[in-house]
Design a protein around this ligand. Sequence first.
Ligand SMILES: Cc1cc2nc3c(=O)[nH]c(=O)nc-3n(C[C@H](O)[C@H](O)[C@H](O)COP(=O)(O)OP(=O)(O)OC[C@H]3O[C@@H](n4cnc5c(N)ncnc54)[C@H](O)[C@@H]3O)c2cc1C
Length: 413
Amino acid sequence: MHCQTIVLGAGIVGVCTALHLQARGRKVVLIDRDQPGSGTSHGNAGLIERSSVIPYAFPRELSSLLRYGLNRQSDVRYSWRYLPKAGPWLFKYWQNSAPAQLAVATQAMLPLVQRCVEEHDTLIEAAELGSLIKANGWIEVYHNQDAFEKAKAEAHALLSYGLRFEVLDRQQLHEREGDLSANAIGGIHWLDPKTVSNPGALVRGYNALFVKRGGHFIHGDARSLRQVDSDWQVDSRQGPITAPEVVIALGPQAGDLFRPLGYRIPLEIKRGYHRHYRPRDGAVLEHSICDVQGGYVLAPMAQGIRLTTGIEFAASGDPANDIQLTRCEALARTLFPLGEPVEAEPWLGRRPCLPDMRPVIGPASRHKGLWFNFGHAHHGLTLGPVCGRLLAEMMTGAPTFTDPAPYSAARFK
Ligand SMILES: Cc1cc2nc3c(=O)[nH]c(=O)nc-3n(C[C@H](O)[C@H](O)[C@H](O)COP(=O)(O)OP(=O)(O)OC[C@H]3O[C@@H](n4cnc5c(N)ncnc54)[C@H](O)[C@@H]3O)c2cc1C
């Protein structure tokens, strides 16, 4: 089969890239070894996170570093064995998290974050997926007055970004979430984000729209990618697929392709877990809530109440470790009446991350027709559609809605 563009990876980023290329007239074949939306895009907290204008930075205060050093926190945990390998990357991440560099990253990400909801809205409407979406924001919940006061000050410092939020005192919080336990003393309700009750189904729905509009989704292993004359070719269940252009949108597995091609892009993964629980005694969770101190999210999902964890630094292929989820579950049970888990085993996912907290979007410097779209870290579900648009605009020579320079692969020498 010959087409104009092959997109490798049918997570949120690949599917949205395929849709945007198709909308600009390209004949696209989308390839994945699994079903669309079955990778990291399946298991996240479902936040279309319009309010996260500051990227998720490495902690800089000595007190936080000492706390994390003990490796007993629920929000971040690491495998001691993995530290020597991750050390150089973590050092770059720490450097990029200094106030001046973080301000640069914030400005770089802003044009993407600002458009994230409207880009999803267009696709949600076209794919008729409105039943998966809630437009009631999410709530940061506090159980400690000092932390709550600090969070209020931080939220007010973000007013210049035009974000909408409400500070909830104890009573207002419990009016909004009647089944939270009494130790929840207040919250910040972020009003701009939307939430998805089944992120995997959202990606499959976007893929169905791509197919309905004439696109092809085919199973295949992206690692078979090779250059044949001036084209790119990949093996699939339907035989070899050939095209002059190919996009690597393989999320945490992108390195399986760009490394053998000689690109030294520092893509690292931050692992994270989820598990669903039945609510106890008919309890209801109306909003997605985040216990920032505990480092977990509780999200009402199609499968149950989804508890998602923060970050685990461990090798991609290391077995799942239940320490972090166990810690988060114990804390979550003090906040909301969780019942039995739905699944026998938790889900383990991998966030694809760059140390400067920006994705890689744009052309490969040494291979004609090779393009990148990966590394969306904590906000890939949020950014899939807007980053799909940006790459499609670049590939088709259209004016881009923002300067793509901050996301160039060339920033890594
Ligand atoms: C616990 C957790 C919570 C999160 N919460 C949020 C949130 O609330 N909001 C948010 O915006 N983001 C969130 N994220 C981040 C978000 O999920 C990711 O950034 C996003 O899913 C990455 O999408 P992707 O398409 O790049 O990667 P993926 O979804 O992983 O897609 C990559 C695809 O490539 C395919 N693939 C890999 N290798 C091959 C191969 N050799 N051949 C063929 N196919 C291959 C995989 O099967 C997969 O389908 C969270 C992540 C985690 C882990």
